[in-house]
Design a protein around this ligand. Structure first.
Ligand code: 13P
Ligand code: SF4
Length: 348
C-alpha cells in the first residue's frame, strides 16, 4: 500500500472518531509519523496533553514509558480507566535507559540510603523516562517525576526544603542540573547499582546532596568532547545546543542545554544567519535541518532505534484492529502511587 493511501485511510478512520481520538507523537518520531499526529511534543508537553485530554482513546507514538505515563494520567481519582485507553502502535518500543532501574532495586536503595544518612529526608526524583513501577516507588516515598524540561525546577524545589535527593535513572541529567544550580562535583555521589551499598562509603553518602543512579541514555551518553571539537572546527561561529542527557564534561561545552522543546525554541528565536550544532536524536535534528535558515547541523548523527520503530502503517493497523497487544495498561495497584509522582511534577 502506498504511503498516501495509508494516510488517506488513517484520515478516514479518525474522522469517524472525531474528538474521541487523540494521536500524540514525540519529537524523535520519524517525519512520516509526525504527519499523522494531532500534536507533537517533548515528554513534558505530551504528559500535559494526555492529562488535559478527555479523548476516549490516545494513540501514543513514542516509547513505552511515555504511553504508560499517559495511561497513568487518564485514570480517574480512584485509578480506574472509565472506558479510556492508551495504545502504542509499536508495542516493543522501549527505552534502554528506563530499563536501567526497576522498582524493587530502587526501593532497596532508598531504604539503605535513608538509614545511612538520617540528617534530612531522602526524596526520590525519577526522570519521566522510567517505568510505571519505578514511578510508583517514587510516589510512595513522597517523590516527584521530572523531565529534561523541568528537572532543574523539581530538583531545586526539594533541595531548598533541605532534602537529600535520590535521582534515577539518568546520572548525566541530574549531574548537569546540579552543575547548572551551582553545586560543586562532590555534591553528587553516583550509586552503582551492581556494587554492594552502591559502591559508596557512609561518608560519601552523608556529604552528597544528590545520589545519582548510574543509568544513562546510550544515545546522548555517547557524545564526546572529540565530537564537539570536530563539529566546532567544521562550523566556526556556530552555537552548540545539547540535550542534558549528555555527559557533564560534554554538556559543559554547550552554549545551551535543553529538552527537545528547549532546543527547538532556541532555534525558532534565532536570527536567519545563525548556525547551530545540535546534539540530540537524529530524527529531530533532520527535521530542524530542513529549513535553510538558521542552519542546523548534527553534532553526530545518532538514531534511537526504539523511537524509530513506529510507522504510519502501524498507526493504521491500530485504528483498524485495536489489537490488544498494542493496548498499554499500567497495573491498577501501581497507578495511584505512580500518579502521585507525576502529579507532583505537574503541580510544580
Ligand atoms: P525530552 O524530555 O526532551 O522529550 O526527551 C525525552 C527523551 O527520551 C530524551 O532522550
Ligand atoms: Fe530512551 Fe535515549 Fe531513546 Fe530517549 S533517546 S527514548 S532516553 S534511549
Amino acid at each position: 500500500m502506498s504511503t498516501s493511501t495509508v494516510y488517506e485511510q488513517i484520515d478516514q478512520i479518525r474522522k469517524t472518531w472525531g474528538n474521541r481520538l487523540l494521536i500524540l507523537g514525540h519529537h524523535y518520531q520519524d517525519s512520516s509519523v509526525v504527519a499523522c499526529c494531532d500534536a507533537v511534543g517533548d515528554s513534558l508537553e505530551l504528559s500535559r496533553l494526555a492529562a488535559a485530554s478527555d479523548a476516549e482513546r490516545i494513540i501514543f507514538c513514542g516509547v513505552r514509558f511515555m504511553a504508560e505515563t499517559a495511561d497513568i494520567l487518564i485514570r480517574d481519582e480512584a485509578g480506574k480507566s472509565c472506558g479510556r485507553s492508551v495504545w502504542q502502535p509499536a508495542p516493543t518500543a522501549g527505552c534502554p535507559m528506563a530499563d536501567m532501574a526497576d522498582g524493587p532495586t530502587l526501593e532497596a536503595a532508598w531504604e539503605y540510603l535513608s538509614k545511612v544518612a538520617t540528617d534530612c529526608p531522602l526524596t526520590p526524583i525519577v526522570y519521566v523516562n522510567s517505568s510505571a513501577e519505578v514511578k510508583a516507588v517514587c510516589g510512595k516515598h513522597g517523590g516527584s517525576a521530572c523531565t529534561s524540561g523541568n528537572g532543574k525546577r523539581v530538583v531545586k524545589h526539594f533541595l531548598k526544603q533541605g532534602h537529600r535527593i535520590l535521582f534515577a535513572p539518568d546520572q548525566h541529567l541530574c549531574t548537569n542540573i546540579m552543575r547548572e544550580l551551582g553545586y560543586p562535583p562532590e555534591a553528587v555521589a553516583v550509586w552503582h547499582r551492581s556494587l554492594p551499598n552502591g559502591g559508596l562509603t557512609d561518608e560519601q553518602i552523608r556529604k552528597a546532596r544528590l545520589i545519582a543512579w548510574d543509568g544513562c541514555c546510550p544515545i546522548h551518553a555517547s557524545y564526546t568532547i572529540g565530537d564537539v571539537a570536530a563539529a566546532r572546527a567544521a562550523n566556526p561561529g556556530a552555537e552548540l545546543l545539547i540535550h542534558p542527557e549528555a555527559p557533564a564534561p560534554v554538556a559543559a561545552l554547550a552554549d545551551h542545554t535543553g529538552s527537545t522543546k528547549g532546543i527547538i525554541d532556541v532555534i525558532a528565536r534565532a536570527e536567519p544567519d545563525q548556525t547551530f550544532i545540535v546534539g540530540t536524536e537524529e530524527h529531530l535534528v533532520k527535521r530542524l535541518a530542513q529549513n535553510k535558515e538558521p542552519k542546523v547541523v548534527s553534532l553526530r548523527p545518532i538514531i534511537c532505534n526504539d523511537m524509530g520503530l513506529t510507522t504510519p502503517e502501524q498507526i493504521l493497523a491500530v485504528l483498524q484492529t485495536w489489537n490488544e497487544a498494542c493496548h498499554v495498561v499500567v497495573p491498577d495497584e501501581r497507578v495511584l502511587d505512580a500518579r502521585a509522582c507525576v502529579e507532583r511534577m505537574l503541580a510544580l
